[in-house]
Write a protein that binds this ligand. Structure first.
Ligand SMILES: [Cu+2]
Length: 715
């Protein structure tokens, strides 16, 4: 980005309609963004009086609702507001004196110059340190490269509140529920079949668990499908023409996951993993003759498709669930080009986890909604939780992992742990990415290869953007173009910062999802020139024009995202209280595996609450009129027992993300799922175009199964 463009964007951030939405440093309001997670109060240094200041940690411009480095560190634009500063020459005896803002790690290495500041509001350059302090100094020269002048104000990032807690307190906590007592209380109940007991869940390397934590077990019956099944096959491409019929069958399959000759009974569509890749033309419609050969009831939901309500596949809302041996005929029409997916809408925490998902690629007739590429890859990303003897069982009556969701430890691309792609040097590949995992938001990249993002869930961006990584939440999709211009091996990785809650530290995690082998031989049709340019999509810009004015309007509806708990073990409650001192915008990995595993839908109820009526979850019934856009404010409650991100999905419609924590979004594209970071407020404008009674829910499978859903009707 040129410095001119950056300045312009920063001006837009500051001059944005602050009146339309609370900013983190505004006086705290119940439906505003978290003050303590996204605002730093500056404290005057000794001897400094009459000076005050704050630093808003603002969302940087970009295509995602969470900004991170390729390594997964949070990235913010610090916006400094200062009052009462005397002329700088009174504190630094120089004609060229100035106030300068700095960010530094707690150990003052590195120290980053953020820019000159003065009374009033100044947006500075982005900060991406895990923990940092902010200093305002009076420097003799505004071009100072390191802080040498008098410190005027200082503050600490919210993440510095993490600290190693007093170990004595923990040992008392552990004695409060000794391992023996815990095991006795939470061991497999008599209800568990002899054949299946809870095995130990895998532990992330390098993390310490308390004895009382290690004793925790989920209080539900372990479930895994049994019996014999045919070996699963890789997915097949099904090109369907208008009016074609697809026979789709959900049934048991045998999967071998990590080599070693062992195989496990799981679920699959048509005996494949993932399910068949359905390719259709925009505007076409197909018939899906579905049969359920599972041992439990199911449905098929067509995620993101604006289809007829009665075929949306939501049990007890649009249809009765299809019983084992039963059938249902879906008629699915595809009004929008893009990448979509299908999965059951019954106990996603079980059925999706066991392998029931597939992609739908809807082609546009002109074929030009994306720029040119040499090849295409449709990738479904997933993480499966496996122990020494196969998948960790699921909760039969209620989901396990109800607090943070089921983080897996085996990464799968299209159902395989070792995705490989061979390309020629210079090739541009269009990747259609879908996150099919239960809870994990990934931060994917191809280190060493240039990448641009061209489209989101349900349509292209107004303009393409260079990105270093793609943060992608469960159920989200992104279309990216990647050029491989150096021979050798390029990895597809998920890089994040884990949070060690016991020791209050961030630590890097790298998961390799696959590898791209780049040959020395050059691609025949070199797209270097078209790839180097960022396309603007004027048709999209025109189409989105009528929705822009909603940025400046108050919301029509608000929704609070929170949870309530009952009967959680004492050690879990104590740890969660400590954990609530700070929540990262995104919980990228499962660093509290035992207490998370042992929390079920019986102890944890995730909530959508309408503050206008105080109704919750399925008691909420919003009504909208077709063709009348609705602005909805999603408020991720800071003060909840456990704050984390929620990918919120609306069925049968599409929406635009207008703002995050009051910062207007300058990268619009139609979406059907939006990631709402912890303690954040996300404004969307919904295009209620499709009549019927529809679901709105969190797409973390365990949160959905623990109640986090509601309905709305488009009339
Ligand atoms: Cu959720």
């Amino acid at each position: 980005m040129t410095s001119g463009a950056r300045t312009l964007i920063l001006i837009v951030i500051i001059a944005g309609p602050a009146a339309a939405q609370q900013r983190p440093c505004d006086p705290p309001m119940p439906l505003g963004p978290s003050h303590d997670l996204y605002c730093i109060e500056l404290v005057p240094a000794p001897g400094i009086t009459g000076v005050s200041g704050r630093v808003e940690l603002a969302q940087p411009p970009g295509p995602f609702t969470v900004a991170v480095t390729p390594e997964g560190r949070s990235r913010y634009i610090p916006i400094v507001s200062l009052h009462g500063l005397p002329p700088p020459s009174s504190l630094a005896k120089s004609a060229r004196a100035a106030y300068v803002a700095w960010a530094a790690s707690p150990l003052m290495d590195p120290v980053i110059e953020l820019g000159e500041v003065r009374n009033g509001t100044t947006a500075l350059r982005a900060v991406d340190l895990d923990k940092f302090i902010v200093l305002i100094t009076a420097e003799g020269d505004r071009r100072a490269r390191e802080p040498g002048g008098r410190v005027v104000l200082r503050g600490q990032s919210p993440s510095t509140r993490l600290f190693p807690p007093d170990l004595l307190e923990f040992s008392i906590g552990a004695i409060g529920q000794s391992p023996g007592a815990g095991r006795h209380e939470h061991a497999n109940s008599a209800a568990a079949p002899d054949s299946l007991r809870w095995p130990m869940v895998p532990m992330p390397r390098g993390l310490t668990m308390l004895p009382a934590e290690m004793a925790l077990r989920p209080h539900v019956t372990p479930y895994l499908p049994g019996g014999t099944a045919p070996a699963a096959r890789p997915r097949e491409l099904m090109r369907l023409a208008d009016g074609d019929t697809l026979r789709l069958e959900a049934g048991l399959v045998r999967r071998s996951l990590n080599g070693g000759g062992r195989s496990y009974t799981m679920y699959g569509f048509n005996g494949q993993y993932p399910g068949p890749l359905i390719e259709v033309a925009r505007g076409s419609g197909v018939v899906v003759a579905f049969t359920n050969r599972l041992p439990e009831s199911t449905t098929v939901h067509w995620h993101g498709i604006r289809l007829d309500n009665r075929f949306d596949g939501v049990s007890d809302l649009t249809q009765r669930a299809v019983a084992p041996g039963g059938a249902f005929t879906y008629r699915v029409r595809f009004p929008d080009a893009g990448i979509y997916w299908y999965h059951p809408h019954v106990r996603e925490d079980v059925q999706q986890e066991l392998g029931l998902y597939g992609n739908i690629l809807v082609r546009s007739p002109d074929g030009a909604i994306y720029g040119p590429a040499n090849g295409e890859e449709v990738l479904m990303l997933d993480d499966l939780l496996v122990g020494e003897s196969g998948p960790i069982p699921l909760g039969q009556e209620s989901p396990t992992h109800a607090l943070m969701g089921r983080f897996g430890n085996l990464f799968l691309v299209n159902g395989e742990p070792d995705y490989r792609l061979a390309v020629r040097r210079g090739e541009v590949i269009r990747f259609f990415l879908t996150n099919a995992s239960s809870t994990r938001t990934m931060n994917v990249s191809f280190p060493g290869a240039r990448m641009k993002v061209v489209a989101a869930d349900a349509g292209p961006f107004e303009r393409e953007m260079w990105v270093e990584s793609v943060p992608i939440a469960p159920a989200e999709r992104y279309v990216v173009h990647v050029r491989f211009d150096r021979p050798g091996r390029v990895a597809l990785v998920n890089r994040v910062q884990g949070l060690d809650h016991l020791f209050g530290r961030f630590f890097p995690e790298v998961d390799t999802l696959g590898t791209v082998e780049v040959a020395r031989e050059r691609v025949g049709d070199d797209l270097a020139v078209s790839f180097a340019a960022l396309r603007r999509n004027t048709a999209t810009t025109r189409e989105l024009e009528p929705y822009r004015r909603f940025l400046h309007r108050p919301p029509d509806k608000s929704l609070i995202l929170t949870l309530e708990t009952r009967g959680l073990p004492p050690v879990t409650q104590r740890l969660m209280q400590l954990d609530s001192i700070y929540f990262a915008p995104v919980e990228w990995s499962g660093t509290m595996p035992m207490m998370n595993w042992a929390s079920t839908g019986r102890e944890v109820r995730w909530l959508l609450r309408d503050p206008a009526t105080d109704r919750e979850n399925m008691d909420i019934a919003w009504r909208f009129h077709r063709g009348e856009p609705v602005k909805v404010r999603l408020v991720n409650e800071r003060l909840s027992f456990h704050g984390m991100q929620h990918p919120i999905h609306l069925h049968g419609q599409r929406f635009l993300v207008l703002a995050v924590n009051g910062v207007p979004n300058d990268a619009l594209a139609w979406k059907d799922t939006v990631l709402v970071p912890a303690g954040s407020v996300v404004d969307i404008v919904l295009d209620p175009s499709n009549p019927g009674r529809w679901m709105l829910h969190c797409h973390i499978a365990e949160h959905l199964s623990a109640g986090m859903m509601m309905t709305f009707t488009v009339e």
